[in-house]
Design a protein around this ligand. Structure first.
Ligand SMILES: [Zn+2]
Length: 128
């Protein structure tokens, strides 16, 4: 016998997605494409940065810094996209991570990896 009550109130509640199956398929395809693009970009930048490591002149140093920066950006973008794809698997894709409300298709079409609705401030502090 258990005395614990069902913690319904503590469960994170997401509104059901308003997206149709076709819309979800479109967004998933966009994300998969973006992931492949970021992956290619990361590999190219990473390889360039590595190839410039032995070169000690100033120009090479600057190019290496730039390539390293691009690789970092591509890796961050991959993490964002992977996170969005993961939300397909747990059924929360298309819901705002802050308020749980559905994110409109038009917004997701523009930014498929969007985590928040337009009404919620992003964790960084600015509204997007
Ligand atoms: Zn929200």
């Amino acid at each position: 016998m258990t005395t614990a009550s069902t913690p319904l109130a503590r469960q994170r509640h997401f509104a059901p997605s308003q997206l149709t199956g076709a819309q979800l398929a479109t967004l998933r395809a966009l994300l998969s494409e973006a992931l492949a693009d970021h992956q290619t970009h990361f590999e190219q930048s990473d390889a360039l940065a590595t190839s410039l490591t032995a070169d000690t002149d100033d120009d090479a140093g600057r190019d290496r810094e730039m390539a390293r920066l691009n690789a970092d950006r591509a890796r961050d973008a991959m993490a964002d996209v992977s996170h969005a794809l993961g939300r397909f698997d747990d059924g929360t894709y298309g819901s705002c991570e802050t308020c749980g409300r559905p994110i409109p298709f038009e917004r997701l079409e523009a930014i498929p990896q969007a985590r928040h609705c337009v009404a919620c401030p992003r964790p960084g502090g600015f509204i997007r």
